[in-house]
Design a protein around this ligand. Structure first.
Ligand code: ATP
Ligand code: MG
Length: 653
């Protein structure tokens, strides 16, 4: 039988934790053994990091798989755990959020302030008739009110559905209707790339076809003119006038907390449902373990948008449950200049930074001299999420941003998993650049072949989860069948995540991209990730995306789209020479089987709004088809740029 997925890339570098971080780490090696000895008892211990109004009777009810119940019979209030208990412990004066708007305005919000705002919103929403179990859609820019609105829903037991502020009226109305939301919380607009963008106008358009919506609460952010209808209410005239006292009521551990639609790289968006006790337990534990958060001294910054699951688990619920002080930034990394992120790190003395490979590669393209102009010495831990991080991008992140001694934690997880599942621990793991390394304590992940059999070390295949975990999705909203079919039917008794992975010779896990993207070249299954990583390991390359295009001789042939680094000359013959050099470089790094048939030098790549490369569209270009659906593209002009501006080379060997 041929291999499920080829293992071509060899990486020998490892980076053990710095002694100081290892010595003071929140979580040590012992956690793995503890969880292996008794997984459920381990998760009970983690659940006790929260305060429960009523203890659970049973840790896990898995009698009706794949429908799990965690902490059965337990009761807690999620918002109370994120706010009131810190205030009650005397930490009300502590900064929860250093917020920075794109135009440069700032707000400093303490736990006291946040609790008051959330109480006001909870009181006003109650007045509007919102009760536990109702759905509330949130369509906001990255302003503190986004976190306030989410926590107010959590406090009332209302289920929030946050829709990323870049989505169209159509996407918004589909999501509102799927969840039959009663209230929409939005803003007049937000700032992106130096300009106020309209949000309220998009809500107005969406509301033409959303019969369930009774009220629209509008935060004034930009002050732009907005149309006003009878359902509309200004946040500052209503919420901000409400009482700042609100008593939180406890809800069942399995009470729905939020619905979040996956970003839609692959198919029709799915409304992923998360519940309360298990979700908060794992979000809080992983934030504590993977980022080694010291709430008294660390300043934490996650650059994700609140509209993605990363923003839910690692801006709102995990960090606030842990009493963190964090930075929240409204805008883009290049406004007003390409040094904006490093100014922020320098100004707030950020010590933990969590961002995405797309950003790291963009920073690589812009050049190391930009971060070099700032004091980044406060950084002690760096995290990555969203896509496989190429080893060279990982190295660049560590060396250029992390002054060559910060651990880099590459965290694998999904909207569906709710929290981090596979990642190094910064005080324990000797990390390898590009590898997510090891399932966290309490998580049972594996790589299996077509038949669902565990592959040996050195082999590649499908990434699966063998045991339920506390923050797992409970279903797809309104569609239990789709839940079972999508995630639990490929392999018996296992959750299949859609991703390919391999185990290296030491058994460490490397993500290889989505199995749908795997290329079949002359009978070999080659992952997009490995070829992309080989390209990025060339000093002239900042970013690469590869796809398999139909080929008469090899079945599929590798076509690569490559963004050169900022200082690289690609005019005329120089570009042609670079292309040949890159093809040979890949052949040398991975073997002749992986040599791209064709490489195009491009200025941009098509990405989803969460920053993931959309290979589907590149496949259309590579096969000279007209483009498929481009509505989830971050920037729809990118495809024109690629089609018109590319430097193309077809091989003759
Ligand atoms: P859709 O499921 O609608 O296509 P999506 O999968 O892009 O959307 P998310 O849940 O935000 O939505 O992304 C999860 C996916 O991101 C994972 O399945 C994996 O493919 C990728 N991913 C996330 N973190 C990592 C990582 N550290 N390494 C490799 N891949 C990652
Ligand atoms: Mg997905």
């Amino acid at each position: 039988m041929s291999e499920t997925l080829a293992n071509l890339l060899k990486e020998t570098r490892t980076f053990p934790p710095p002694a100081a971080i290892a010595a003071a780490a929140n979580v040590t090696d012992a956690a793995y053994q503890e969880a292996a000895d008794d997984r459920l008892a381990f998760w009970e211990t983690q659940a006790r990091r929260l305060e429960w109004t009523k203890p659970w009777d049973q840790v896990l009810d898995w009698s009706n798989p794949p429908f799990a119940k965690w902490f059965v019979g337990g009761e807690l209030n999620v918002a109370w755990n994120c706010l009131d208990r810190h205030v009650a412990a005397g930490n009300g004066g502590k900064v929860a959020i250093h917020w920075e708007g794109e135009p440069g305005d700032t707000r400093t919000i303490t736990y006291d302030d946040l609790l008051k705002s959330v109480s006001q919103a909870a009181n006003y929403l109650t007045g509007l008739g919102v009760v536990a179990g109702d759905r509330v859609a949130i369509y906001l820019p990255m302003i503190p009110e986004a976190a306030v609105a989410m926590l107010a829903c959590a406090r009332l037991g209302a289920t929030h559905s946050v829709v990323f502020g870049g989505f169209s009226a159509d996407s918004l109305s589909n999501r509102i209707n799927d969840a039959t939301a009663k209230v929409v919380i939005t803003a007049d607009g937000g700032y992106r790339r130096g300009k106020p963008s309209g949000l309220k106008s998009i809500v107005d358009e969406a509301l033409q076809s959303t019969p369930s919506v009774e009220h629209v609460l509008v935060v004034r952010r930009t002050g732009q003119d907005v149309a006003w209808g009878e359902k509309d209410l200004w946040w500052h005239e209503t919420v901000e006038q409400a009482s700042t006292e609100h008593e939180a009521q406890a809800f069942d551990a399995e009470h729905p907390l939020f619905i979040l639609y996956t970003s839609g790289t692959t198919a029709k968006p799915k409304g992923i449902l998360h519940t309360s006790g298990g979700y908060l337990t794992q979000a809080a534990y992983t934030h504590h373990a993977v980022f080694d958060l010291k709430p008294e001294t660390d300043v934490y910054w996650c650059t994700a948008d609140i509209g993605w699951v990363t923003g839910h688990s690692y801006i709102v619920y995990g960090p606030l449950a842990n009493g963190a002080t964090q930075v929240m930034y409204e805008g883009t990394p290049d406004t007003p200049s390409k040094s904006r992120f490093w100014e922020i790190v320098d100004r707030y003395k950020v010590s933990i930074l969590y961002t995405a490979p797309t950003l790291i590669r963009t920073m690589m393209k812009w050049g190391a001299d930009i971060p070099a102009g700032f004091d980044l010495s406060s950084l002690r831990i760096l995290g990555s999420v969203g896509e496989p991080i190429n080893p060279e991008a990982w190295m660049w992140y560590r060396e250029t941003i992390g002054h060559n001694n910060t651990p880099v934690v590459d965290t694998w997880w999904q909207t569906e998993t709710g929290a981090i599942m596979i990642s190094p621990l910064p005080g324990v793991t000797a990390a390898k650049p590009g590898s997510a390394m090891t399932p966290l304590p309490g998580i049972v992940a594996d790589v299996v072949d077509d038949q669902g059999k565990s592959v040996p070390d050195g082999g590649g295949g499908y990434l699966v989860l063998r045991e339920p975990w506390p923050s797992m999705l409970r279903t797809i909203w309104g569609d239990d069948n789709r839940f079972v079919e999508t995630y639990w039917s490929r392999f018996d008794g296992m959750y299949f995540a859609g991703d390919g992975a391999k185990k290296d010779d030491d058994g460490h896990i490397w993500l290889l991209g989505r199995v749908d993207d795997v290329m079949l070249v002359s009978g070999h299954n080659i992952s997009t990730t490995e070829v992309e990583s080989a390209l990025v390991s060339h000093p002239s390359v900042a970013e690469a995306a590869v796809v398999g295009a139909t080929d008469p001789t090899t079945g599929q042939a590798i076509v690569a789209f490559t963004i050169p680094r900022g200082n690289v000359d690609t005019a005329g013959d120089a570009g042609e020479a670079l292309i040949q050099e890159l093809r040979n470089h890949v052949a040398k790094t991975l073997g002749p089987i992986a040599k791209p048939r064709q490489i195009m030098l491009v200025a941009e790549l098509p990405k989803t709004r969460s920053g993931k490369i959309m290979r589907r569209l590149l496949r259309d270009v590579a096969e000279h088809r007209s483009l498929g659906d481009v509505t989830t593209l971050q920037d729809s002009t990118v495809m024109d740029l690629i089609a018109n501006g590319m430097k193309d080379s077809k091989s003759d060997d």
